[in-house]
Design a protein around this ligand. Structure first.
Ligand code: NAD
Length: 355
């Protein structure tokens, strides 16, 4: 018999080609009148576009978002938000910008509208990771969950291929781990499988036609579904490994996900056979971990930790950190097992079905 708890998030989602045009209406709907727009230094043009659409409701702009949400940067953004008496934050960009938006909006207790331009999924979670003095801490709470998300497929067409592939696999990882999460339920299972299918299809189609808006739409739709899973259920070994590799060894977020996912799946396979068989079916394959690895490889994504800045000498420490605090995972996580997993991932060896 089933038993589960499902907390439906209080969030409004607007999805489509050209959806950005609704940003003024969406801000009005929230009841906000003065928004501070956040972006990274390289994407001020996106913030300008938003400001133009907002007209008099654009109160300020801070273009200093950087990876890992350092508190010093948050302080600077808070100053801008306070100076312009903002009653809402609008974050336009990838997970780094969304993280800054969460940090600012939750501290000031103001509204938050996110316009994601990557597939990271942060916009759908009540979780915020921040760094201070080189240390990354994570906190969560209802005040961190953004109020509205506008997904505009057109904004993702400028994503370079080198960002597109790892970011798409980053999203797929949320869906994969949702399927063997102890919190999984019928709703998250359905979203996760649909996400895996949409991301797989989107990447293949985009490989054939880099200009395809339909393929971009599939990827963003898959990322939305996968992000919904991330917000709804707890993640396991894969996310823990990526947190350690990113937080302690400073590896880039999405490329780390792209390398590690097939190995984490292969590790968990013996203890999650039903989930793995559903994933394999969604990928039209007889082995899920291999199908993901081939998808990454054939899409030109990163496949070895050695290629994304990880040092072999750090395997032992990374393994220790990954087992240091218990967390739900289908298969018991041991130092020896994770050392072996990281060794395989370091070399980029092929994953194989469990004998
Ligand atoms: P990111 O925001 O740094 O963006 C990745 C790259 O994409 C950057 O180089 C950026 O300049 C580029 N980019 C973004 N939009 C673009 C566009 N429209 N056109 C061209 N290039 C564009 O990284 P990310 O992978 O999106 O997010 C990673 C961060 O998000 C990490 O800090 C991670 O911890 C956080 N995150 C948090 C959660 C959560 O629930 N709290 C979930 C997922 C990710």
């Amino acid at each position: 018999m089933r038993s589960f708890i499902h907390q439906a998030p209080a969030q409004r989602i607007v999805f489509g080609v050209g959806a950005l045009a609704s940003v003024g209406d969406e801000l009005d709907r929230l009841g906000a009148t003065r928004a501070v727009v956040l972006s990274t230094p390289g994407h001020e043009h996106l913030a300008d576009l938003v400001a133009t659409l907002l007209e008099r409701r654009a109160a300020g702009h801070f273009a200093g978002a950087v990876p890992h949400t350092p508190v010093e940067v948050t302080e600077q953004a808070l100053e801008v938000a306070r100076e312009c008496h903002a009653d809402a934050v609008i974050s336009v960009g990838g997970g780094s910008t969304t993280g800054l938006g969460k940090a600012v909006a939750s501290r000031l207790g103001i509204l938050h509208l996110v316009i994601p331009t990557t597939y990271a999924g942060s916009e759908l979670t009540p979780v915020l990771g921040e760094t201070s003095g080189g240390e990354k801490t994570t906190r969560s709470g209802p005040a961190i969950l953004p109020n509205t998300v506008i997904y505009d497929v057109e904004l993702t067409t400028t994503l370079p291929w080198s960002v597109t592939v790892p970011s798409a696999i980053n999203a797929m990882a949320h869906a994969v781990e949702a399927l063997y999460s102890p919190d999984a339920n019928g709703q998250t299972d359905a979203m996760a499988l649909e996400a895996i299918r949409a991301i797989d299809r989107g990447l293949r189609d985009l490989r054939d036609d880099r200009e395809s808006l339909g393929a971009r739409s599939d990827l963003l739709y898959g990322a939305y579904l996968a992000g919904s899973c991330l917000g709804a259920v707890g993640m396991g070994l894969h996310h823990k490994l990526c947190h350690v590799l990113g937080g302690t060894f400073n590896l880039s977020h999405a490329p780390t996900h792209a390398v590690v996912l097939p190995y984490a799946m292969a590790y968990n396979e013996p203890a999650s056979l039903p989930a793995m068989s559903r994933i394999a079916e969604a990928l039209d394959s007889d082995h899920g971990p291999s199908a993901v690895q081939i998808l990454v490889r054939d899409s030109g994504g990163p496949t070895a930790l050695r290629d994304i800045g990880f040092a072999r000498a750090d395997i032992g420490r990374a393994a220790e950190l990954s087992v240091s605090r218990p967390y739900p995972n289908p298969r018991q996580v041991t130092t020896a097992g994770i050392t072996q997993l990281l060794g395989e991932a370091f070399e980029g060896n092929r994953v194989r079905p469990t004998a």
